[in-house]
Design a protein. Structure first.
Length: 237
């Protein structure tokens, strides 16, 4: 069964810290796992690919890179890979691309495999039912406005808010009450790992947090690293 890794973002835009990625590779029982990197949410694919190369250059893995020339090979490339890693960017555009090229159906095809579906920011949102996006966000007087909930693919029956350390995203705490979903506020440099009915947190550094809001009461719970939590029935749709 597919494991999910939902990353809230990377503070260092050069992606120097790779504790999360190292952990994902450790979950694959292969000498040299293969990652399929998908940059479709990004405005600059070449730049995004280069950042990911820098991130994993010292890790023992092979990487395949998606672009628009090989988008129709997505099924074949995913079949060959152990980890799908989707970049950050514009979530609305990413969702549209997956539906336009029927990539959503290919993701569903491999849900019972031993692969890992990972994503950072918009890439993490893609797997959820609905999450907080920033395509229409604007800044004024040192604050950000006009965040919008984005309907995503729904492979996981949850909501997330990446970049949750941003104080203006406190609006998410009330917004989630409209959707009757278990929800997560994921700060940058932290990741939520979902493995069937178990979930846990990986942090690149100690001073970041990841919060869980149960749909039963929406009380904020600060999830701790090195603890494995359980959810009856899991979060799969």
């Amino acid at each position: 069964m597919v494991k999910f890794c939902l990353i809230g973002g990377k503070v260092n835009r050069d992606y120097i810290s790779n504790k999360i990625e190292s952990h994902l590779l450790s979950l694959i029982n292969k000498e040299k796992p293969k990652i399929l990197f998908c940059p479709y949410a990004a405005k600059d694919i070449e730049k995004t690919n280069n950042k990911f190369k820098e991130l994993v250059k010292d890790l023992n893995c092979d990487v395949l890179y998606l672009n628009y020339n090989n988008i129709y090979d997505f099924d074949k490339l995913l079949n060959e890979s152990d980890i799908l890693y989707i970049s950050g960017g514009i979530s609305d555009d990413l969702v549209d691309i997956f539906y336009k090229y029927n990539l959503d159906k290919i993701l569903i095809k491999y849900l019972d495999s031993n692969k890992i579906y990972a994503g950072i920011s918009a890439g993490a949102m893609l797997y959820t039912k609905i999450s907080m996006g920033d395509k229409y966000m604007y800044s004024d007087n040192f604050h950000n406005y006009n965040y919008k909930m984005v309907k995503c693919l729904g492979l996981l029956n949850i909501s997330i808010c990446p970049h949750y350390q941003n104080e203006d995203l406190i609006i998410y705490n009330d917004e989630i009450k409209k959707y009757n979903l278990d929800s997560f506020g994921i700060e940058e440099d932290s990741a939520l790992i979902i493995d069937d009915n178990k979930y846990y947190v990986i942090k690149e550094k100690k001073n970041v947090s990841l919060y869980y809001f149960s749909k039963n009461d929406y009380i904020m719970q600060d999830l701790k690293e090195n603890i494995v939590y359980e959810k009856n029935g899991g979060f799969r749709s």
